[in-house]
Write a protein that binds this ligand. Structure first.
Ligand code: AKB
Length: 320
């Protein structure tokens, strides 16, 4: 277990995952001890008001060094990345941000003796030759998006820094993440967030994937629980040092629409697959996360219907 007086840096704190993870870390470590950092200031009032914010570009190692020297961070969560769909529009920039950003954080952690680093990987590390059902922890990986290639390379570098320099860096291969607080940006799984917004606005949802495209997904509350669970596990229990498979549920657009219809019976969905279909079709449909279960006790709490209920409840409250 990490010390609850640790100072913690969250890079990419205003993003979909960062905005919720930062709040949870502030509950654990105290608002003043958790620095939210991003390239633009937070819009969310609870994030803005609950602790310090620093404007930082992860591609600027000098500024990062100055920040770390000032706060003496014990832990860094590095979440800033270009996701799968956006990455295909700007491949070189996605590679630069995803890889140079990671190197800057890993090197900073070594220089400043940061005790623990978290870096997210993704199901995008898998590709068309990977077994698609119950994808094992160790298997064929032939990612075909820049995002997936950068995550696979990043996993190897995290393991390298652990083996070679003893840096305690930990990682999870997230499925598609679904939450109500912040909108995601540029992912292939993001239809499963937009769909709830459109359903509540009474609009027909135009889905960019086919109705039967199964993908692994996870509710944000579970993603936060998994991230904190991994980061608080004793080092000797963290046996996977590239990145852990992580699973909660799998569903298709047709199934999430049916789940929403239990609350909004006249909700309508139409299908208009675009380039993101090819990305989704190259990813696993379900994930074997038995290593995470065995090593540090991972168990998800939300299935599709529980997630739908909570999403609709919270989005309704936010729209009031
Ligand atoms: C994306 O769709 O790009 C991300 C991911 C699965 O990592 N949500």
């Amino acid at each position: 277990m990490a010390n609850t007086s640790d100072t913690v840096l969250v890079i990419g704190a205003c993003g979909q995952l960062g905005s919720e993870l930062t709040l949870e870390l502030r509950n654990i470590y105290g608002g003043a001890n958790v620095v939210a950092a991003d390239i633009a200031a937070p819009k969310q009032a609870d994030l803005r008001d609950s602790g310090p914010f620093e404007k930082i570009d992860v591609l600027d190692p000098k500024a990062m060094g100055e920040l770390a020297a000032r706060y003496k961070f014990k832990q860094i969560y590095h979440l800033a990345a270009v996701l799968s769909a956006t990455g295909e529009k700007q491949p070189k920039f996605a590679w630069r941000l995803n890889m140079d950003g990671l190197f800057n954080v890993l090197d900073l952690a070594l220089e400043q003796k940061v005790e623990r680093v978290y870096w997210p990987s993704s199901i995008a590390v898998f590709g068309p030759s990977t077994p698609r059902q119950h994808t094992p922890q160790q298997t064929i990986m032939d990612p075909n998006t820049v995002y997936g290639i950068s995550k696979q390379a990043g996993e190897r570098w995290c393991e390298y820094y652990f083996q070679k320099y003893g840096l305690d860096v930990r990682s999870l291969r997230y499925p598609g993440l679904i939450g109500y607080k912040a909108l995601p940006g540029g992912g292939t799984t993001d239809y499963a967030v937009d769909i709830y917004h459109k359903a509540l606005e009474g609009e027909t949802f135009e889905c960019f994937l086919n109705e039967d495209t199964y993908l692994p997904m996870m509710y944000m509350a579970d993603a936060i629980k998994a991230t904190i669970g991994l980061m608080h596990a004793p080092a000797e229990q963290v046996k996977v040092r590239d990145s852990y498979n992580l699973s909660a549920m799998s569903f298709s657009p047709k199934e999430i629409a049916a789940s929403i219809r239990k609350h909004i019976p006249d909700f309508e969905i139409i299908y208009n697959p675009d380039v993101r279909q090819k990305i989704a079709s190259s990813w696993p449909q379900s994930i074997d996360d038995s290593a995470a279960q065995q090593d540090w006790g991972w168990q998800p709490a939300y299935d599709l219907d529980a997630m739908t209920e909570d999403m609709l409840l919270n989005l309704r409250k936010m729209k009031e």
